[in-house]
Design a protein around this ligand. Structure first.
Ligand code: BEZ
Ligand code: FE
Length: 295
């Protein structure tokens, strides 16, 4: 096909979408067509390569379930999830002059499970979970640093072996998950373990792609949270463990320097929240700053 006819093909496909009633869907489909055709031309895509690509996408669909969302993993490992997070946060933020920067958002990942138990401040979400104990504490504020009382932190974490509850059994029970509300001064504190690095699920097509490309499959140690308060944009983020292996090569590109926290080591004794610890433990302090909902 001559270059003229290749151009004509793209124009014809774009035209076929031109009557899409929804303007945003028309914009998305038009750009998608232009970009996938540009990709094929740039790499001079061969039929056997496109067949292999289709086989990969088919396998990605076939392995997918609600608890094994392989397409999410594909989006994560291509950095696309993080790009969508960054675009969303830039759109929502419009930080007012003089305000403090909002806490950076990062990927949700595949292991969020709605309905974690509501716990009292100071509770330990990691009872029966392997790992070194860690006390997490800080405040939730607005962009002026004003405390947000009653803000909700919905927390989930892997264990000290790098595994989430949903990976431990086909019929898992919740572990290392909990919801906390900040006190009148916007403070939160709770216990869990210090999370360790772990690989993203690598026994499927995405793992195969990562291996074929010589990619690192690990994420640095981190704990997940959604933080929300009335009148503010819900924040999905992590706290990362400073010094964790893979801290500078997160397999899903989710690490942000502003989210990396030093975990202070403590000998056995009375922790700042009054808990008597018979073993050594860690503590991590982090404040969350939420963006106001657009008027
Ligand atoms: C996680 O942090 O749990 C995760 C995020 C993206 C892909 C796989 C795992
Ligand atoms: Fe995680």
């Amino acid at each position: 096909m001559s270059e003229y006819n290749q151009d004509k093909l793209i124009q014809d496909v774009v035209k076929a979408f031109s009557g899409t009633p929804d303007a945003r869907l028309r914009e998305l489909m038009t750009a998608l067509v232009k970009h996938v055709h540009a990709f094929a031309r740039e790499v001079d895509l061969r039929p056997e390569e496109w067949q292999a690509g289709l086989k990969f996408l088919t396998a990605t669909g076939q392995i997918s379930t609600d608890t094994r969302p392989e397409f999410v993993l594909l989006s994560d490992t291509l950095g696309l999830s993080m790009m969508v997070v960054a675009l969303q946060q830039a759109r929502a933020s419009g930080t007012p002059q003089g305000a403090l920067p909002p806490t950076e958002a990062t990927v949700e990942g595949p292991f969020y499970w709605a309905g974690a138990p509501d716990l009292e401040l100071g509770a330990d979400i990691a009872e029966g979970v392997p790992g070194e104990p860690a006390l997490y504490m800080g405040r939730v504020t607005d962009l002026d640093g004003k405390p947000l009382a009653g803000a909700l932190l919905d927390i989930w974490s892997g264990d000290g072996d790098g595994l989430y509850d949903v990976q431990l059994s086909d019929e898992p029970t919740m572990k290392a998950r909990g919801r906390f509300r900040t006190d009148n001064e916007g403070r939160y504190w709770f216990w869990s373990i210090r999370p360790t690095f772990y690989p993203v699920p690598f026994d499927g097509p995405v793992g195969e792609m990562m291996r074929a490309c010589g990619r690192n499959i690990n994420r640095p140690g981190h704990i997940h949270m959604q933080v929300s308060a009335p009148g503010h944009v819900k924040l999905t983020t992590h706290i990362f463990v400073a010094g964790s292996p893979y801290i500078d090569e997160d397999a899903v590109f989710g690490k942000r320097d502003s989210l990396v926290v030093d975990f202070e080591a403590h000998p056995p004794g009375r922790a700042v929240d009054g808990r008597e610890m018979e073993t050594p433990y860690h503590s991590a302090s982090f404040d969350f700053r939420l963006v106001p909902e657009p008027a």
